[in-house]
Ligand binder design. Structure first.
Ligand SMILES: CC(C)(COP(=O)(O)OP(=O)(O)OC[C@H]1O[C@@H](n2cnc3c(N)ncnc32)[C@H](O)[C@@H]1OP(=O)(O)O)[C@@H](O)C(=O)NCCC(=O)NCCS
Length: 156
């Protein structure tokens, strides 16, 4: 079941986010940031969780890509995380589809996603849901693997 995240989900969301290996030395700061987003995100954007067996098993966040009023309501960024114990069950695909449907309904024109080039799993997932690569960056300091970073785009 997918539902809107509430502040009561902040611990579970942060716990899943904390499973990420690439958060680096600023891990605490990243976790605090994601917690803060739960209460802050407002329409047309959103924070949703997938619940299974009575607990949060993954989440998707649709948030403004840029703060500028010129593009704020037409461009969004999406971020997706599934509990490592619940992967490969379709949870991620369901969450991303939900966010894209909500973006379409809100008349958002573009949804973007940053993805490490070696993250084949998420690349397959979002490509199968209609995203394509729109830009490529050599690396980013936060990523210890110094992976190339790809910017994917849905044109809705
Ligand atoms: C990437 C990620 C979100 C995918 O979530 P997920 O819930 O495992 O995704 P799904 O289950 O929908 O799809 C994953 C695979 O399982 C398969 N699958 C889906 N439902 C299935 C089912 N019922 N039975 C068997 N396999 C299934 C899919 O076909 C897909 O296969 P593929 O990888 O060979 O293409 C998850 O691995 C994750 O959180 N990764 C770490 C965070 C991350 O990298 N986030 C992206 C940065 S924005």
């Amino acid at each position: 079941m997918i539902r809107r995240a509430t502040s009561a989900d902040a611990d579970a969301i942060a716990q899943i986010w904390g499973q990420r290996e690439t958060l680096g030395p600023d891990k605490k700061e990243h976790i605090a940031e994601i917690r803060g987003m739960v209460g802050r995100i407002a329409e047309p954007f959103g924070f949703w969780v997938s619940e299974g067996e009575g607990r949060v098993q993954g989440w998707v966040l649709l948030f403004p890509f840029r703060a500028s009023p010129a593009v704020r309501s037409s461009m969004a960024e999406v971020s997706i995380f599934v509990d490592e114990r619940r992967r490969g069950l379709g949870v991620g695909s369901e969450l991303v589809s939900h966010a894209i449907e909500r973006a379409k309904a809100a008349k958002i024109e573009y949804v973007l996603a940053w993805v490490g080039a070696s993250n084949q799993r998420v690349r397959r997932l979002i490509t199968s849901l209609g995203a394509s690569i729109s830009a490529e960056f050599p690396s980013r300091p936060i990523n210890p693997r110094r992976d190339k970073v790809l910017l994917y785009r849905w044109a809705l």
